[in-house]
Design a binder for this molecule. Structure first.
Ligand code: AMP
Length: 355
């Protein structure tokens, strides 16, 4: 049995957004202390965490002091600078580990890794310039999507190519950043599976959820997803395959396209995931507690759901719906304490339990 962190141990969390906030709450419920590291002032997680370090990711002294003050380090986002990770790792374990970050920080590395595992992805090619883009279009065809290799999220850093003549304009959208071209997948719907692996190698998956995006941002996750029993099993097996290959510790989100030819992996996120928020009101142990359990060396919850749930994000002005939602039976609100409402900003979400 792996060593379990004891009550009062300090969980260091890189990033103070809503995911860091909900991880802090879960840590507190298990008797741990959370310590957030976040460059921005007044982070949502700061309202619920025990401690906050406000410092940049290139502040070596602050990173060292943070690492010395915690027992284990985890994170709510994958784009942590490598130099910061080097400093932190010299002091404390980082869970999930560096390999998961290396693979998921770069779409080209990620897709290559998934293919080497024998999993299906969209056809893809590395794009350095207009020449390589034109060659890739000849091989992959259109429609296609050009994506920056790094730092893309919520559909940002992407350009669609409807026809080969769109190449130049799409490349200009990348603003000189390295990119990959992906063939357009004709999917019927999108699902994701939230999976966890413990320090002792135990794997547990939550039920796959069906996701609807608008303007590149997740709007709803519906549980259960429309999947055949074989597809459901496939989703679980492929997630376990990914976690084991990375010797992963923690929760991961795996986004999948459902096609007549089977499941195609879109991307992996080495962290708790927006499409796993339904677990807060659908499972005994939700994804946040599951993640804290894993990084603390505890046994995992089994991931089974007790209720069907629809999760809906509250984005920007959707916050106007809160008074009405608060009156509804079967609706659990999760608000992030963000002072300023901005268009496209995730302000909260709610889980509607289906009875
Ligand atoms: P991503 O940032 O890669 O998750 O992409 C955001 C959204 O764009 C996905 O959830 C899909 O709806 C769509 N998308 C991304 N890649 C593809 C693809 N290769 N084929 C079809 N749709 C895609």
């Amino acid at each position: 049995m792996a060593e379990m962190l004891a009550q009062g141990a300090v969980i260091g969390i890189l990033g103070g957004g809503q995911l860091g906030r909900m991880l802090s709450v879960a840590a507190a419920r298990l008797g741990f202390v959370s310590h957030i590291y976040e460059p921005g002032a007044n982070p949502p997680a700061g309202q619920v965490a025990d401690r906050v370090t406000t410092a940049a990711y290139d502040d070596a002294d602050a990173l060292k002091a943070f690492a010395d003050a915690v027992d284990v380090i985890t994170y709510e986002f994958e784009n942590i600078p490598t130099e910061a990770l080097d400093i932190l790792e010299a002091h404390r374990p980082i869970r999930p580990g560096r390999e998961a970050l290396r693979v998921s920080q770069d779409r080209l590395t990620e897709k290559t890794f998934l293919q080497e595992l024998g999993l299906k992805t969209a056809p893809f090619a590395d794009i350095a310039d207009l020449n390589s883009l034109n060659t890739a279009i000849e091989q992959i065809g259109t429609p296609a999507i050009l994506k920056t290799r790094r730092f893309g999220y919520d559909g940002k850093g992407q350009a669609r190519l409807r026809k080969p003549e769109d190449a130049e304009a799409a490349l200009a959208d990348m603003a000189g950043a390295p990119a990959i071209l992906e063939g357009f997948v004709e999917f019927s719907h999108e699902v994701s599976i939230i999976a966890a692996r413990g320090l002792d190698g135990q794997v547990a998956c939550f039920d796959p959820g069906e996701n609807v995006h608008r303007d590149g941002i997740l709007r709803t996750t519906t549980i259960p997803a429309r999947l055949s029993p074989a597809q459901r099993t496939d989703a679980i097996l492929l997630a376990a395959n990914i976690l084991n290959a990375l010797e992963y510790v923690g929760v991961m989100g795996v986004e999948l396209f459902v096609t007549p030819g089977g499941l195609i992996v879109n991307e992996i996120a080495p962290r708790v995931h927006n499409s796993g928020h339904w677990t807060q009101n659908g499972c005994a142990v939700d994804q946040f507690e599951q993640h804290i359990r894993a990084v603390a060396g505890w046994p995992l919850g089994d991931g089974q759901r007790h209720s069907d749930v629809v999760m809906e994000n509250l984005i920007g002005d959707d916050m106007d719906r809160v008074p009405e939602l608060a009156r509804e039976r079967d609706v659990a609100l999760h608000l992030y304490g963000k002072a300023e409402v901005k268009a496209g900003r995730k302000m909260g979400h709610f889980n509607r339990i289906k009875r």
